[in-house]
Design a protein around this ligand. Structure first.
Ligand code: IPE
Ligand code: IPE
Ligand code: MG
Length: 261
């Protein structure tokens, strides 16, 4: 599947210049990754470089989230994972955490109807119980509303940390062994996968990190064993449609060997 809803694509393209039509044409011929995961980094530096408060960078970043989600769904990406808030991001000033949580609520309120119409299934990775009540309520409602959708899965990683995820998986597996439900010798790689937040989903094929930083920052450590990495120099608010297309073009020319020849 390449473009599953022409009406939707046209709505999207209306906001763009005519040249972008070619982008979709090119991508129709491309090998598309099944699962794309983005470390959306650089909002604060983007704002600072413009003499704006960090919040302005997060707000502009949210606009890119809308664009990238639409484009991903249009071109047939099956799973899109966006790293929105890490377990370490609580270290930031309360005011910035508040801005991020408010933007999450705003995003869901403005986009949920369209996501649902596009058959997108919203899912979260991370311990969302620690989110402020309003954000938690909005997230739960969005997951509930879209739970039976069969289009793209949109994973939003919220209070997500990969080490915490793996640690909790180990605890759960250990208690299953203790209860006699699993034999220690039967624990396989699949068992481990099944106890992660991403249980049942394909592993990421492509991880994109914006802002020039080249690190993983506690993101999907188990799942990215054979992912391709693309580090983009632009900050997330500058990660436009064209930059995403460029990344997808780079991806399709990579030779994945998975340890074979
Ligand atoms: C990414 O931008 C958003 C989150 C981590 C929530 P940053 O806020 O990390 O921006 P920089 O890296 O400080 O520029
Ligand atoms: C990673 O970005 C987390 C998210 C994008 C949500 P950070 O900005 O928190 O990562 P570090 O601190 O630069 O590693
Ligand atoms: Mg950062």
């Amino acid at each position: 599947m390449v473009v599953n809803n022409l009406g939707f694509v046209e709505t999207f393209l209306r906001k763009k210049n005519k040249g972008d039509r070619q982008v979709y044409a090119d991508l129709k011929l491309a090998v598309t990754p099944v699962h794309v995961a983005c470390i959306m980094d650089g909002n604060g530096r983007w704002a600072k470089a413009k003499g704006l408060p960090r919040a302005a960078g997060h707000r502009e970043g949210m606009e890119r989230v809308k664009d990238i989600v639409r484009m991903s769904s249009d071109i047939g990406i099956q799973v899109l994972t966006l790293y929105a808030f890490s377990t370490e991001n609580w270290k930031r000033p309360k005011s910035e955490v508040g801005v991020l949580m408010n933007l999450l609520v705003e995003y869901l309120r403005s986009e949920l109807d369209e996501l649902h119409k596009e058959n997108v299934k919203l899912f979260t990775l991370g311990d969302i119980s620690r989110l402020p009540e309003m954000a938690l309520k909005e997230v739960e409602a969005a997951k509930e509303k879209t739970k039976n959708n069969t289009g793209m899965i949109l994973n939003i990683a919220l209070n997500y940390g990969s080490r915490l995820e793996i640690t909790q998986a180990v605890q759960k597996i250990a208690s299953q062994v203790k209860n006699g439900k699993i034999k220690a010798e039967d624990i396989s790689e699949t068992t481990v996968s099944d106890y992660l937040y991403t249980a049942g989903q394909p592993d990421p094929d492509l991880v994109i990190r914006t802002s020039g930083e080249e690190r993983i920052s506690n993101f999907l450590l188990y799942q990215i064993a054979y992912a391709e990495f693309i580090f983009v120099k632009e900050a997330w608010p500058d990660f436009t449609f064209d930059r995403y297309r460029d990344a997808l073009m780079i991806y399709q020319n990579r030779h994945r060997r998975f340890g074979g020849l």
